[in-house]
Design a protein around this ligand. Structure first.
Ligand SMILES: Cc1cc2nc3c(=O)[nH]c(=O)nc-3n(C[C@H](O)[C@H](O)[C@H](O)COP(=O)(O)OP(=O)(O)OC[C@H]3O[C@@H](n4cnc5c(N)ncnc54)[C@H](O)[C@@H]3O)c2cc1C
Length: 505
């Protein structure tokens, strides 16, 4: 990185969010930007999660950029390898490579109130930027629980997002800790080859069948030759999910019949009543993410699988002890225990106008205006920020809404002209979050009787958007300047000379 480098925009992260931001910047005619990425390739989630069976759980034709439709998705729910290849393809198609800075982990971003710019320190050097777009991902920093005695375990231990591909699991005794979206893809993929598989389940998930199949040659040819058919397919997939939102957000009672379908899905594969009892959730479906799988339950019914209906609480050498006292010997432990979502590590590294970090500002819970701007952090915007997550549809829809907001934000800065910054007004942030949390009260995520990674330590849901993606699209179409303070270097007269200090106008 060149010394004293200054860019108009520094994007952090090169997953769907960061790459989408880069495409949007170029389309807005902005080429003076960099994409800082700690790894050595693009892809984010789809680079880091290469565990056996990893695939999206939203159909591919919806889980992709609207501006980069892919007629050649091989399956309705494509696997990690194909999604990663898609992101590489997007990078090439939109000529993003010159902007990418790999092996550049952002260590600190500090707002320089005098010069109205961000000072960004990375593992490969420093730079300054007028605007920072933080796209570090809600699910990018793996979370491994602090289990007493884990350091005494003599075998291999790794997180699902850091799969050890050099390890041969054939014939091994493997313990899978967790029953989230990753675990239910891993379990059926490794069950046939491992000697014994023990699943530590704190809470059973609701699992629905997955309508997954290869996309036929005819369909692909149709999409290639008549591009509107891809849009049509995408539109249908989107519309179905939009119609489901009311049940999640306003009428959770209506989800009862979906529970019946999920129970039937389980009953088809699990004949043992004791195992069925262990696997039956005691909370409303949708409260935690609804998982999709056709082979999870059949795998759990196999003779080499044990389900321990209790969390892992202690490790004594090669013996794993569950909270209910069950002891299991294992050679390998795989943690499918999720990510730092409501306590994102990047927040520790962003220092705002008053010298406080974003993590300090958010210690009572994450909040940002329209999911993007935090008060006291001028010209800093996050992609997939607080309350932008979805329980039932594609995150790419939310990312693209945030890109509209980003584009308008940059246009507003241009219109205002000169050296200028926008800082979200605290009252606007509070009002936005009040509205979000009011709507949250009736949702299944609050009333469904579960705890989930959607909730922060105080039980507040700071991750999920309690509405339709269309509502979010409307809310992020334009930047409302009334919600921001405009910061300019102020001119103060001292003995006839002009000196600049920051001021809000
Ligand atoms: C296994 C799995 C399956 C999923 N399936 C779906 C699905 O089917 N549908 C759906 O809608 N969503 C799904 N998601 C959610 C998914 O995370 C989002 O859809 C989307 O990929 C997020 O993109 P992103 O760019 O915001 O974050 P990421 O893809 O996580 O990218 C963030 C990038 O930022 C980089 N980074 C982080 N910190 C720093 C730093 N300090 N300095 C420099 N670089 C940094 C990371 O290395 C990474 O490359 C899934 C998530 C996982 C983990």
């Amino acid at each position: 990185m060149a010394e004293h480098e200054h860019v108009r925009v520094a994007v952090v992260g090169s997953g769907f969010g960061g790459l989408g931001a880069a495409v949007r910047l170029r389309r807005e005619g902005i080429t003076d930007f960099v994409v800082l990425e700690r790894a050595d390739s693009v892809g984010g989630t789809w680079r880091d999660n290469s565990y056996p069976g990893c695939a999206c759980d939203v159909p591919s034709h919806l889980y992709s950029f609207s501006f980069a439709p892919n007629p050649d998705w091989p399956r309705t729910f494509s696997g990690q390898r194909h999604i990663r290849a898609y992101l590489e393809h997007v990078t090439d198609t939109f000529r993003l490579r010159p902007h990418l800075r790999f092996n550049s982990e952002v260590k600190k971003m500090t707002w320089d109130a005098e010069r109205l710019r961000w000072a960004v320190e990375t593992s490969s050097g420093s730079l300054t930027a007028d605007v920072v777009v933080s796209a570090t991902g809600p699910l990018s920093d793996p979370k491994v629980p602090d289990i007493p005695g884990l350091d005494t375990f003599p075998g291999e231990v790794f997180h699902s997002a850091r799969w050890d591909h050099d390890l041969d699991l054939r014939g091994k005794r493997v313990a899978m800790v967790g029953t989230g979206a990753s675990a239910i893809q891993i379990v059926p993929s490794i069950q046939p080859e491992v000697g014994r598989l023990t699943l530590f389940q704190r809470t059973p998930p609701w699992v629905m069948p997955r309508v997954d199949r290869p996309v036929s040659g005819f369909e692909r040819a149709l999409h290639r030759n008549l591009p509107f058919t891809t849009q049509l397919r995408r539109g249908l997939l989107w519309g179905i999910r939009e119609l489901q939102v009311q049940a999640f957000t306003k009428h959770p009672g209506e989800l009862g019949f979906v529970e019946q379908l999920a129970k039937r899905n389980m009953a088809r594969a699990i004949k043992d009543p004791a195992l069925r009892a262990k696997l039956t959730p005691d909370y409303r479906i949708g409260c935690k993410r609804i998982l999709l799988s056709n082979d999870y339950y059949p795998a759990l019914a196999q003779p080499n699988v044990d389900v321990v209906a209790s969390g892992l609480s202690e490790v004594r050498g090669s013996v794993l002890v569950a909270a209910d006292g069950t002891e299991t010997e294992a050679d390998v432990v795989v943690f499918g225990t999720g990510f730092h979502v409501t306590d994102m590590p990047i927040a520790e590294r962003v220092v705002g106008a008053d010298g406080r970090t974003l993590a300090e500002t958010w210690k009572g819970g994450m909040e940002a205006l329209r999911g993007a701007s935090a008060a006291g952090f001028p010209n800093w915007m996050t992609i997939i920020g607080p309350n932008t997550g979805l329980g039932n549809s594609s995150m790419i829809l939310m990312i693209e809404s945030q890109l509209n907001y980003l584009a308008d934000y940059l246009r507003q800065l241009d219109v205002l002209g000169g050296r200028v910054a926008l800082d979200a007004r605290p009252d606007a942030v509070t009002a936005w979050n009040h509205r979000v949390q009011e709507r949250m009260k009736r949702t299944v995520w609050k009333t469904g009787g579960c705890t989930s990674w959607y909730l922060d330590a105080s039980g507040r849901n700071t991750t999920i958007w309690p509405g339709t993606t269309a509502e979010f699209r409307r809310a992020t179409r334009r930047v409302d300047l009334a919600e921001y303070e405009v910061l300019r270097p102020a001119v103060t007269r001292t003995s006839g000379k002009a000196a600049e200090t920051e001021a809000a106008v």
